[in-house]
Design a protein around this ligand. Structure first.
Ligand SMILES: C[S@@+](CC[C@H](N)C(=O)[O-])C[C@H]1O[C@@H](n2cnc3c(N)ncnc32)[C@H](O)[C@@H]1O
Length: 297
């Protein structure tokens, strides 16, 4: 991504969640807190809170953005977020005291959970260009909490990040890396798995990855040809993925144990209401939870 411009794809995801939040049909599928947060966020970023016409125009823009990328893209964002929140809540319930969200973008997960769990320490890490802008938006929304810490870091240099005093390396930790690894070169992805494992003995990692359908093809299935152009234009092309069948061995080679994996079928089954099963859903990005093999078990 560009060093001097906040991530366009992070805003794309937030806009998709805004669109979802306004869809009557999805009312039952979006937790109220998530809905309210994305509405407040987008209406603040675009300054459209008080103007019905501008809200409608914005929703139309979101509609066309999906039309020229991937059918069911926004629903995928919603189910991905529900799945990840479910994993984080499970970790907190089983004693996790630290949550680290890598490449957090504009996701309100950290602020919403920091409110509910004041005893848990949340750190949101992002590329400096995104982090600075996002922080200014969060400040305007008064989304600050004593247990929520922003941290700027380019994940290409993750070694430096985790040597920071800002982490408790002995605490039971949950690390989230949602829709980020596809933007990193393969070497940086491998380095990130290594550095997390070395620094946190008691941790669980939830990450998403693109299924490599053919060598070097990391795109969603049936994506509109404009999608790659959009990503390239914004200097955020997909650069990493692995074939679904190779995930377990990829992790094992790096000292990680696969715990669970969610594809589109599983996301539908676990996180979408029966009434909405007919809606299209983007296929290609999967969610994995894993833990270090050296965790003392
Ligand atoms: C598609 S957005 C996902 C945002 C958020 N995780 C979500 O799912 O809503 C990708 C995020 O990765 C971050 N990112 C991309 N490359 C990065 C890098 N080299 N270092 C740190 N963050 C990076 C961007 O700033 C952006 O926030």
């Amino acid at each position: 991504m560009k060093n001097n411009r906040p991530s366009a794809t992070a805003l794309f995801v937030a806009n998709g969640m805004y669109f979802n939040s306004k869809r009557r049909r999805l009312r039952k599928d979006i937790p109220e807190e998530t809905r309210a947060s994305f509405v407040a966020l987008i209406e603040n970023i675009y300054g459209i809170k008080r103007t019905v016409l501008r809200k409608r125009l914005h929703l139309m823009k979101c509609y066309f953005s999906q039309r020229f990328t991937i059918d069911g893209f926004y629903l995928h964002f919603l189910l991905r977020k529900k799945c990840i929140e479910h994993e984080v809540l499970q970790a907190i319930r089983s004693g996790c005291k630290q949550v680290v969200i890598l490449g957090a973008g504009y996701d309100p997960l950290g602020i919403n959970l920091a409110n509910k769990f004041p005893e848990v320490r949340f750190t949101e890490v992002d590329h400096p260009a995104t982090s600075v802008y996002k922080q200014s938006v969060f400040n305007r929304l008064k989304w600050e909490r004593p247990n929520l810490f922003p941290l700027s870091c380019d994940l290409n240099n993750a070694e430096r990040l985790f040597s920071s005093e800002k982490f408790d390396r002995h605490a039971k930790t949950m690390i989230v890396c949602e829709a980020v690894l596809m933007y990193l070169p393969s070497k940086a992805v491998g380095g990130l798995f290594d550095v997390i494992r070395k620094n946190f003995s008691k941790c669980k990692l939830v990450f998403t990855f693109m299924n490599e359908q053919a060598p070097g093809d990391y795109m969603f299935r049936d994506a509109h040809p404009m999608t790659n152009n959009y990503l390239r234009l914004n200097s955020e092309p997909f650069t990493w993925g692995i074939p679904v069948l190779g995930v377990e061995s990829y992790l094992k080679e790096r000292g990680w144990r696969l715990l669970d994996i969610f594809d589109d079928h599983r996301l539908r089954k676990d996180f979408l209401s029966p009434a909405n099963q007919d809606l299209p859903l983007a296929i290609g990005e999967l969610i994995v939870s894993c833990e270090p093999l050296n965790d003392g078990k």
